[in-house]
Design a protein around this ligand. Sequence first.
Ligand code: NAD
Ligand code: DAU
Length: 355
Amino acid sequence: MILVTGGAGFIGANFVLDWLAQCDEPVVNLDKLTYAGNLANLASLDGDPRHVFVRGDIGDGELLARLLAEHRPRAIVNFAAESHVDRSIHGPGAFIETNIVGTWRLLDAARAYHASLDESSREAFRFLHVSTDEVYGSLEASDPPFAESNQYQPNSPYSASKAASDHLVRAWHHTFGLPVLTTNCSNNYGPYQFPEKLIPLVIHNALAGKPLPIYGDGSNVRDWLYVGDHCAAIRRVLECGRLGETYNIGGCNEMSNLEVVHTVCDLLDRHAPRASGGSYREQITFVRDRPGHDRRYAIDARKIAGELGWQPAETFASGIEKTVRWYLDHAGWVENVTSGAYREWAQANYADRKG
Ligand code: NAD
Ligand code: DAU
């Protein structure tokens, strides 16, 4: 079996669902259930003995030791993190706690467990750390995309905390021999993404008749990847990746934020036209920029393509159409996650951004 952390969040839940759709190897899923963790994402696994959910913190060393001794996983896949840049600007503390201190505790528990294994299990064991392209900083328009050899230049509290966690993972390999793999992926989109992130936020606000807030002039560029393609890449790295290596994962799909929002509006115009007529584009509002807003991210994915034969299966056109339809078909899911604390967050983040 494998131990997945953060498997009730956006990418982690997609990973667990895809994993169990493709094989019968059980998953123990350790998740703290922060505001971003949601057991409803895993409702289709209710009663499935292949999925064991444990509510807990990756920073809890005793719990980790107990879980590892009890379930004896052949791999740990670490998704657990605080993941939203704007929240890291409002309050970096949780990012330091989970992304840095939590990763350290998880590495230490994995190291003790790894040392306790017999030789063949020790050989087979893997610790895969899921990270982000944001650790490389920001590109100018004419720069080549991020390669694995790029210098780390994180700019936000979030990306700095992820960069720190990547360094710890690397050190636990070089110093203690822990068999690690690290992936650095670009922006994901797809089902179950919490509507604080651009694409689900725009879908949610559009349907609610609210403004679609674009930071700055909307020309910042991201490299968008459908979440199922990210999950397939992680499975590939887990099975065939070279120990101690990092693999960049991206969609080869650079778009400005304004282009992304226009695409989403046009799809909504087709699938859920406004009762009042006109286009959802009319709801676009330019608001005060994110402090330190990274200009452009783009991934050079030649290493994972060449070594491991991974390529994205979805184009942006196919992935975003699926995604918009998923949100339209799952209004109840959106309703649940946008009640209560979500409103307080939206109030805090957008109140002082008036266009
Ligand atoms: P998310 O915020 O949707 O989910 C994070 C999950 O981790 C939640 O279920 C949360 O409850 C859990 N969690 C948080 N702190 C925890 C702790 N201390 N112990 C146990 N569980 C904890 O995030 P996501 O978008 O699914 O991202 C998953 C991972 O992928 C993160 O490490 C993120 O840095 C990385 N990543 C995300 C993207 C993206 O576009 N979303 C791209 C590249 C990499
Ligand atoms: O690049 C990978 C990263 O992508 C992941 O590591 C992060 O976990 C994930 O959150 C994402 O970070 P971004 O900051 O790029 O994603 P976000 O959806 O928050 O923003 C995407 C772009 O849209 C960014 O340029 C900021 C802009 N934006 C965002 C929001 C929430 C807006 O213009 N308006 C908004 O309201």
